[in-house]
Design a protein around this ligand. Structure first.
Ligand code: HGA
Length: 616
């Protein structure tokens, strides 16, 4: 994924920019570039396809030096990976821009700007921004004021860094849907899409918020909010290891990672939502063309990722109208499979190094078209430089950040978010998805981090309920529809970290066998959003109560369920039914966590398990 670095200083900043790009390499990219204002007051740039090391080599051959500059690693969405499409993009010799995100109305703006005489030298959506800014400067000569004016015309997502030969004292930034952070130095200041890129130069950061525009000078920073009002953003001191390697205020990594979910879900959505629709290009420049051809989907994954894929099957068939099959990778890889024509192969893995999933992908790719090969492969993964991502045709990276706890939590919910984005993209491109429903879901996705915060606020209630499991050896988890895989994930979490034997069933299956197990020693956990299956689920729960089973029900506020003898109801925030699997996962994670703490197990490193399963 794209990365941005910028700097304004009194020293030559070429090395700072290149080092920043190197630190962003893990995100995955296809080309890199840098532009600086040189000692003669001219903008100069170097761009290369491939790794930052290629750019570095180009800079060794033809050095650049300057005190104001911007740099970028590009992961193409509009226009092939090539030197002419690599950022920074120029308008004339005066103005340079780097951009993360997608400009949805780029075609319309391109046509207007061409009519005005602007000549385009790339196929990117980004180039419209730099010409639009130059055009705005004709009536509004102040660069900051012109940027404020110009961004009003952009639809879509952007994180922008801008420099001008006319205004050598400032680096400008604009954020809408794609993150940016300012790094505060002594007599010099920096900008990046991720603070990781700037840790070698500073430990003080200021995070831009949605709609912010910033003017960054050597001796200060000025920020305007979405309404154009001057604002102060808090500056935060970074402590080494404050992110991944430190549990902070939390007792275990797992609990820390559970509580990180609103933030990482937000990050996974960033740059991928347009005003009313999902930005299909976020899957890559060929995605729309390819998605239009997809007639079937095959998902392959292991463990928690497999459960994410199971939820996606409900979504893909309901929203995109695409038949979907899912299988665990360790089975799929050793089976002779019959491939339906035009099937998209999707692999899901946190690390991207899961041995079985990787082998399944390689088998799938080895099938020739005559043998009924797959249309293309797509990876949903948390690690940009992983084998799975490198070997797949397309990828969508989850932005969960490093996950230390062996039991996966934030990786799962961000996979669900990525799979919902994929479903909406496929539905949109194939014309199978109602536009109003898509707009509604995009809106709900934007609110999702807040809903997740509300669910986490029920922490103490869930902790209390966990006491019911202290002496138990078995538990049943029930769900219906897309909540069935959520119940499976809940059971897996409980098994993994508390070593309590737990099984998940579709609630309607209860009477076909597992009901025989139900007695007062068998707690039954149920997820009950307020959907059309609720009444059926309620009947299933009566069947449990009639046998003396103790019920723990996570139910929608509007589901009309209340506490009773042997029934413990936790009221969940109301959410769109299609997104409920993401929300209802959280209390099940918390439940497992607190049960494990009560049992005194090694929560972060449960016995016999490893984080990245790189063996068969
Ligand atoms: N749309 C721009 C930037 C792509 C991006 O942000 N990728 O993560 C381009 O294609 O150059």
């Amino acid at each position: 994924m794209c990365g941005i670095v910028g700097a304004v200083a009194e020293r030559n900043i070429t090395a700072v920019l290149v080092e920043g790009l190197k630190r962003l390499e893990y995100r995955g990219y296809d080309s890199a570039g840098v532009a600086l204002l040189n000692g003669q007051g001219q903008l100069e740039r170097r761009r290369r396809v491939g790794k930052v090391s290629e750019l570095q080599a180009a800079l060794n051959d033809e050095p650049l030096a300057g005190r104001l500059g911007i740099a970028h690693t590009r992961w193409a969405t509009h226009g092939a990976p090539s030197e002419r499409n690599a950022h920074p993009h120029f308008s004339g010799q005066e103005l340079a821009v780097v951009h993360n995100g997608i400009i949805e109305n780029h075609e319309q703006l391109r046509a207007q700007l061409k009519d005005l005489g602007y000549v385009f030298s790339s196929d990117t959506d980004t180039e419209v921004i730099v010409h639009l800014l130059e055009h705005t400067l004709k009536t509004q000569p102040d660069l900051t004021a012109a940027l404020k004016e110009a961004v009003k015309q952009l639809h879509g997502a952007y994180g922008l860094a801008v420099i001008s030969a006319q205004q050598p004292d400032r680096l400008l930034a604009a954020r809408s849907g794609s993150p940016l952070v300012i790094g505060l130095g002594l007599g010099e200041n920096f900008l990046a899409s991720d603070q990781l890129a700037l840790r070698q130069v500073t430990d003080r950061f200021m995070y831009l918020e949605e709609g912010d525009i910033a003017e960054i000078r050597r001796d200060g920073v000025q920020i305007w909010d979405v309404d154009g009002k001057p604002v102060q953003r808090e500056s935060v001191q970074y402590h080494e290891g404050a992110e991944a390697a430190d549990k902070g205020e939390f007792r275990h990594f797992m609990l820390k990672e559970i509580f990180e979910q609103p933030k990482v879900v937000q990050r996974t959505l960033e740059g991928r939502l347009g005003s009313n629709q999902v930005l299909v290009q976020a899957f890559g420049p060929q995605a729309a063309e390819l998605f239009a051809k997809v007639r079937n989907v095959q998902i392959v994954a292991c463990g928690t990722s497999y459960h994410a894929g199971m939820v996606a099957r409900y979504w893909l068939e309901e929203l995109a109208g695409i038949p979907c099959q899912i299988e665990v990778a360790s089975e799929f890889r050793y089976r002779k499979v019959v491939v339906q024509p035009d099937t998209l192969f999707i692999s899901i893995s946190q690390s991207g190094e899961t041995a079985d999933t990787l082998a399944a992908l390689r088998n799938a790719k080895a099938l020739s078209p005559e043998q009924g090969g797959y249309l293309a492969s797509l990876a949903i993964c948390n690690v940009g430089i992983s084998s799975l991502v490198r070997e797949s045709d397309l990828c969508l990276l989850t932005q969960a950040g490093p996950e230390i706890g062996v039991a996966s939590t934030k990786a799962f919910t961000t996979q669900l978010v990525a799979l919902m984005l994929l479903t909406l993209s496929l539905g949109q491109v194939r014309g199978a998805l109602d536009k109003q429903l898509e707009a509604e879901l995009v809106d709900e996705l934007r609110r999702l981090p807040t809903r997740l915060d509300e669910a986490l606020a029920m922490d103490a209630v869930v902790e209390k309920i966990s006491e019911l499991f202290a002496e138990k050896h078995h538990a049943l988890f029930l769900g219906r529809g897309a909540q069935y895989p959520v119940a499976m994930e809940g059971a897996l979490k409980l098994k993994e970290i508390s070593y309590i034997h737990a099984e998940a069933y579709p609630a309607g299956e209860l009477k076909h066998g597992p009901l025989a197990l139900v007695d007062s020693d068998m707690p039954v956990v149920t997820v009950a959003p307020n959907n059309e299956l609720l009444e059926k689920l309620k009947s299933n729960l009566q069947e449990v109560r009639a046998r003396g089973g103790e019920l723990i029900v996570f139910a929608d506020q509007q589901a009309g369920m209340s506490n009773g003898e042997g029934t413990h109801v936790v009221n969940m925030p109301h959410i769109h039914d299609l997104l409920a699997p993401i929300l209802y996962t959280l209390p099940l994670q918390l439940l497992s966590y607190y049960v494990a703490v009560l049992k005194g197990t090694d929560v972060d490193q449960p016995r016999n398990l490893a984080k990245s399963v790189t063996v068969e």
